[in-house]
Design a protein around this ligand. Structure first.
Ligand SMILES: N=c1c2ncn([C@@H]3O[C@H](COP(=O)(O)OP(=O)(O)OP(=O)(O)O)[C@@H](O)[C@H]3O)c2ncn1[C@@H]1O[C@H](COP(=O)(O)O)[C@@H](O)[C@H]1O
Length: 108
């Protein structure tokens, strides 16, 4: 089955931002602006939660994919890159796995 690489999707999204294309949904979001993009991210996150709570919901993957796409649009709008996210995640490696040492979350 074909796969869409998330870095490549981000580059496509960025291409739409820098070179608007009539009829493109991505262009529509950038034209509407930050508040519209944030609204979509919120809606899609809610749809992920609803689908995840329902074991038999066949749309769970679809909803996660929608959220991933809209988060990438938000990242492009705010001018951050997948590389920055990966660097942030890499900087946490080994740091947050010591959950048992943390008194503040022992009662979770
Ligand atoms: N991955 C996506 C993607 N995922 C979801 N969506 C769009 O997100 C929307 C989500 O549906 P909703 O019902 O929530 O929203 P809506 O009613 O269509 O629109 P709103 O008025 O609510 O904003 C749909 O219109 C989908 O087409 C996407 N639109 C584009 N892409 C990719 O983005 C790249 C650029 O595509 P264009 O935007 O077509 O240029 C391509 O690789 C596309 O595959």
């Amino acid at each position: 089955m074909a796969e869409q690489n998330l870095d490549e999707l981000y580059q496509l999204v960025l291409e739409r931002k820098n070179h608007p294309e009539k009829g493109s949904y991505t262009d529509y979001l950038f034209t509407k602006g930050l508040d519209k993009i944030l609204k979509k991210v919120g809606e899609e996150a809610t749809e992920v939660i609803v689908a995840a709570k329902n074991d038999s919901d066949p749309d769970f993957i679809l909803e996660v994919a929608d959220l991933a796409y809209h988060v990438e649009v938000l990242m492009a709008e705010r001018g951050i890159t997948p590389t920055q996210i990966k660097e942030e995640l890499a900087s946490r490696e080994g740091r947050q796995s010591r959950i048992h040492d943390r008194k503040d979350i022992q009662n979770w």
